[in-house]
Ligand binder design. Structure first.
Ligand code: GAR
Length: 212
């Protein structure tokens, strides 16, 4: 099917903070990225990303972990919200929660994450400070399919930035974030166009394995 015949892909975006990646996706959608952002869901009521969504007329939901007894019941409620939107792609955009294996398996091959490092380097938190502490001469960001192991799913696209003399974690984060705003809409476009798939644990673009 050619792109013009496809309906926009229904997606949901999950976030916990500023939502600058959400903003990049909203801006891209307004410029023709074929997605329909059905909802923005946050575990934090104060996340600025919710305000960005409201300003764009996108429905928002807050799901606080404090209202749930354990991770499995939280993740079940989250899945119910996502499925209620008929979302075909789940986009993690700074969603700072560990996901249960059951939740990850439910959305296998249709859940993306962006991580602020050149995976497999610097999984987890504080990636910019750790890149500086390690003396890395380059750093960056990675979009990947989500798998049960944290920040270890098949890589879709990476962006590299130089580490500069005198960089602070904040300066480096800002340089990386500009690249995140470019590569996340790109990966989502590939998925929405049916070009990006997960098969037997490998990310494929146009049927060919992606080798970052
Ligand atoms: C981004 O840098 C994203 O890569 C990171 O959180 C930030 C969210 O910024 N995600 C993670 O660290 C996930 N492990 P944003 O709210 O402005 O999009």
């Amino acid at each position: 099917m050619v792109q013009s015949e496809r309906a926009p892909l229904p997606i949901v975006v999950l976030l916990s903070g500023s939502g600058s990646n959400l903003q990049a996706i909203i801006d891209a959608a307004q410029a023709g990225l074929p997605v329909d952002i059905r909802a923005v869901i946050s575990n934090k009521a104060e996340a600025y990303g919710l305000e960005r969504a409201r300003q764009a007329g996108i429905p928002t939901q807050v799901l606080s972990h404090k209202d749930y007894a354990d991770r499995d019941s939280y993740d079940a409620a989250l899945a119910a919200l996502i499925d209620g939107c008929q979302a075909q792609l789940v986009v993690l955009a700074g969603f700072m929660r560990i996901l249960s294996d059951g939740f990850v398996r439910r959305y296998e091959g249709r859940m993306l994450n962006i991580h602020p490092s050149l995976l497999p380097r610097h999984r987890g938190l504080d990636t910019h400070a750790r890149a500086l502490a390690a003396g890395d001469d380059e750093h960056g960001a990675t979009v990947h399919f989500v798998s049960p192991e944290l920040d270890a799913g098949p890589i879709i696209i990476q962006a590299r930035v130089p580490v500069q003399a005198g960089d602070t974690p904040q300066a480096l984060a800002a340089r990386v974030l500009r690249e995140e705003h470019r590569i996340y809409p790109q990966a989502i476009r590939w998925f929405a166009e049916g070009r990006l798939t997960l098969e037997q644990g490998r990310a494929l673009l146009d049927g060919q394995p992606i080798t970052p």
